[in-house]
Design a protein around this ligand. Structure first.
Ligand code: PFF
Length: 447
């Protein structure tokens, strides 16, 4: 059965694919943007703490459920004893993955459009270069989203080893090299130090702010791709002889590490832009955040560089597109794996059906951007992801048979029973994570 479904060929293959899923626009753009908006280092501290005490235990729950059941987020509840009542969680996961893929492809399409803008600028085709970044053009928004969607579908039709693993292993090293090179370049420019100071000095008055904590929680779930079944299905493709707690920790460290690193690029880059005359504060005095950082401040910075500007823009937006692609494939894999495992569709057919259906969702989001986009982002990432994460914790902590959980972890880690991990993790999934998630919701709603 497992060979039909596909399997990662090695530990490094899985780590690349899972890190590829985790490391995406959420790290390179979302995290620095949120940090800029929420008091710099105060947000960073809360985010890092929540990543390790809430997100990592949930991540381990997903990997364990996935590998034990050898199935997707819906199928797992059919297979595991006591799971039937939790099947709705599986459908919620498929819905959340599809919604996230729906809005992610739109943003990724914009990244791609800036890649083409840079290419056409370098070639001297200024008019078409300008069209590529004309945010008011529906045709432009839909075409680039469509191209990005087709790229994602192409990789997914290749399957686990020859699609997901192969492309993640090619693209992730490229991403890290580009990121490091850009950090070095930016930190040598005038203004960079001011940015570093902002990034690294916490405004602790913001730390108890309920909104800050909910944002940090949402960001931690989004960044590790949790609560949608991506990591669950990737877990089902890991070999039985791999040590789950260790590779889960590796992926978490890589994800948090890259987000932290990206802060050293984006925030100093904003202050470098300011040094060359770009406005980086909004009308109300707060630092510009969200889409404007990447699509306004940075392009102005690249413009101010003169002839080399388009080359830097090309490299930066290629980095963003690559990061987005290794994440989007993991989102599409959620419904596709469900269709392959449970609906018995062949992989190509499943990819086309879900790929194009979600593309239609993206088109709707583009057409009703003002009313729908922010709403879908917040429903999917701040609410659905943590709620599904919470339900998965309850399932593995209270419903699933303890010996089955322990037995699964023992494969690849025979001494797990005596490890520090196993002394505390069951308590995290049973009590600490659910209580923390509920508390954060409570303070956001009523605090
Ligand atoms: N982790 C990705 C990022 O940080 O950009 C986003 C993501 C990927 C969310 C896969 C959900 C998912 F299933």
């Amino acid at each position: 059965m497992s060979t039909e479904r596909g399997e990662f060929s090695s530990r490094i293959g899985f780590v690349m694919a899972a890190a590829g899923s985790a490391i995406g626009l959420g790290n390179i753009w979302g995290f620095p943007g949120q940090a800029a908006q929420n008091g710099g280092a105060a947000f960073v501290v809360v985010y890092i703490i929540l990543s390790f005490i809430v997100a990592y235990p949930v991540f381990m729950a997903e990997l364990t459920i996935g590998r034990y059941s050898q199935s997707n987020i819906v199928g797992a509840f059919n297979i595991i004893e006591g799971g039937k009542k939790f099947k709705f969680v599986g459908y919620m996961g498929v819905l959340a993955a599809s919604l996230i893929y729906g809005f992610y492809a739109v943003i990724a399409g914009w990244m791609l459009s800036y890649v083409f803008n840079a290419i056409f600028t370098i070639m001297g085709f200024n008019e078409i270069a300008q069209w590529c970044i004309d945010s008011s053009s529906l045709l432009r928004n839909i075409s680039f989203m469509g191209v990005f969607g087709l790229l994602t579908m192409y990789i997914i039709t290749g399957g686990v080893k020859n699609g997901i693993e192969k492309w993640s292993a090619r693209l992730m090293p490229a991403l890290i090299i580009i990121l490091i090179a850009m950090i070095i370049y930016v930190s040598l420019q005038e203004g960079a130090m001011k940015g570093l100071a902002f990034y690294l000095s916490p405004d602790f008055s913001k730390i108890g702010d309920g909104k800050l904590i909910l944002s940090a929680l949402g960001q931690a779930f989004f960044s590790l791709s949790l609560g949608v079944g991506t990591m669950l299905v990737y877990g089902s493709y890991i070999r039985k002889n791999e040590n789950l707690p260790v590779i889960g920790a590796l992926v978490t460290l890589a994800d948090v590490g890259i987000a932290f690193m990206a802060g050293f690029l984006i925030i100093p880059a904003m202050f470098v832009a300011q040094a060359s005359g770009v406005e980086i504060y909004a009308a109300d005095g707060s630092l510009i955040a969200g889409a404007n950082i990447v699509f306004q401040v940075l392009p102005e910075l690249f413009d101010s560089l003169g002839a080399v500007g388009p080359f830097f823009a090309l490299i930066f937006f290629a980095l963003m597109t690559i990061a987005a692609l290794t994440s989007s494939i993991s989102m599409l894999e959620v419904p596709v794996a469900y269709a392959v495992d449970d609906l018995k569709l062949n992989r190509k057919k499943a990819t086309f059906i879900f790929g194009f259906t979600i593309m239609a969702i993206s088109v709707v989001l583009i057409m009703y951007m003002d009313v729908l986009f922010g709403l879908v982002v917040s429903i999917a990432t701040q609410w659905l992801q943590p709620i599904i994460g919470l339900l998965l914790c309850i399932f593995i902590g209270w419903v699933m048979n303890r010996n089955q959980v322990l037995g699964e972890l023992k494969q690849g880690y025979p001494e797990v029973e005596n490890s520090f991990f196993y002394k505390i993790w069951p308590w995290f999934v049973r009590v600490i994570c659910p209580v923390l998630i509920l508390l954060i919701f409570y303070t956001t709603l009523f605090g």
